[in-house]
Design a binder for this molecule. Structure first.
Ligand code: UPG
Length: 382
């Protein structure tokens, strides 16, 4: 399959590109490398050292004998997007190329506007180029479980059957996102749903949970293939952050009570899910929604789990309940459906103590790269 990984320099995109390449697909990465600039802006860096895109690709070629094409550019530039579609003629387009941090989108007006313009315009350009050049191409779009928020009823996969005044319909599930970032993904979902209906585009929206873990078979082959992993208060996410915090002797930063419950998955399952979506494409005109996660946990539960594993390793990790920088429920009902990817054959890697131990060990190895100044949350919602 000819497949584009947009955002192929990022935490999910880079391992996905290698995974598809390893499986023998013809892969191209599209990326403007802006994720590296955000590190500089925030005064942070990946825990693991990451090679330049040039080095990444030449090492991969040497290791695997396979080449990955690279298009350097911004999806907001429509001429660039058209060029990519014309030149590569993809059968599937995996779209990770968005600003993905909720706290980043909440820093100030500029960051909120940037996030929404970058994400919404880039996605629209992909839809228009797809319609014009490769109308049969399957759009695999990374959405987020954060589109749904935390309603007091079960969360369904994209749609819900509703009875109202004696009539019944299947309608898009209500969206109550957590941040301007999560809202950008809701806007994307609406735009894609409309494009499917109006133009017959085929699309799968993968409403992904919080991703944890780091290593995949391909990224651990050589230090220059290593994936990035974030510890800072803006891009770092719950479980990975707790493991790194334990390794460097920082309090585990639970926001508020920690009863916030979210959907989670191992990065290896991100790759499996995207592959399952690609191998089983949506029908022409279909806007398909999968909830992409394997387990749900509260934030406090995860911190306690990390604390217990750290203890076995001889590390005393303290759990701190910081004042919550976000506006979110800290105690709530949460139960989200996630059967569609399992039905397609997903074999989940459930959270294990070994994985937590491995992350703590990796973080200990690179602890000199961790600046403690950027660990506490800096952006607030209020
Ligand atoms: N949280 C803490 N302490 C931390 C970090 C987070 O208590 O140090 C809480 C936070 O308040 C929230 C929950 O953990 O309730 C999840 O936050 P986080 O791990 O930062 O994930 P999200 O903000 O939901 O965003 C991540 C990705 C995003 C993706 C989403 C999927 O950054 O791109 O869409 O997960 O749910």
């Amino acid at each position: 399959m000819k497949i584009i990984i947009a955002g192929g320099d990022g935490f999910c995109g880079w391992p996905t590109a290698l995974y598809f390449s390893q499986k023998g697909h013809e892969v191209a990465i599209v990326d403007n490398l802006i994720r590296r600039e955000w590190d500089k802006e925030l005064g942070t860096q990946s825990l693991t050292p990451i090679a330049s895109m040039e080095d990444r690709l030449s090492v991969w070629q040497a290791q695997s004998g396979k080449s990955i094409k690279f298009y350097l550019g911004d999806l907001q530039d429509y001429d660039f997007v058209e060029h990519v579609f014309q030149d590569f003629e993809p059968e599937a387009f995996v779209h990770y190329a968005e600003q993905r941090s909720a706290p980043y989108s909440m820093i100030d007006r500029e960051h909120a506007v940037f996030t929404q313009v970058n994400n919404v315009v880039g996605n629209l350009n992909v839809l228009f180029a797809m319609k014009k050049i490769t109308p049969d191409c399957h759009l695999i779009k990374l959405g987020t479980m954060g589109e749904y928020g935390t309603p007091n009823i079960d969360i369904e996969e994209g749609y819900i059957r509703i009875e109202h005044n004696g009539r019944e319909d299947v309608l898009p599930y209500p969206k109550q996102p957590f941040s301007f970032y999560h809202l950008s993904k809701v806007h994307d979902s609406h735009n894609i749903m409309f494009a499917c209906k109006a133009w017959g585009i085929r699309a799968t929206d993968l409403n992904q949970g919080v991703v944890y873990g780091l290593w995949t078979d391909e990224t651990k082959l050589d230090e220059r293939l290593y994936n990035r992993i974030d510890f800072d208060g803006v891009f770092g996410t719950a479980l990975n952050r707790f493991c790194i915090q334990a390794a460097v002797g920082h309090d585990l930063t639970v926001y508020g009570k920690g009863g916030q419950t979210r959907a989670f998955l191992d990065i290896r399952d991100t790759l499996q899910c995207v592959e399952l979506a690609a191998l089983n494409p949506a029908d022409a005109g279909e806007f398909r929604v999968f909830n992409q996660f394997t387990e749900q946990f509260s934030v406090l539960e995860l911190a306690q789990r990390v604390q217990a594993v750290a203890k076995q390793m001889g590390i005393e990790a303290n759990i701190a309940h910081l004042q919550n920088p976000r506006v979110e429920k800290e105690e709530h009902y949460y139960h989200a459906a996630h059967t569609k990817l399992l039905d397609l054959g997903l074999k989940p890697h459930l959270l294990s103590d070994e994985l937590i131990q491995g992350l703590i060990e990796t973080a200990s190895r690179y602890q000199d790269r961790v600046s403690r100044d950027v660990i506490r949350p800096s952006a607030t919602w209020r």
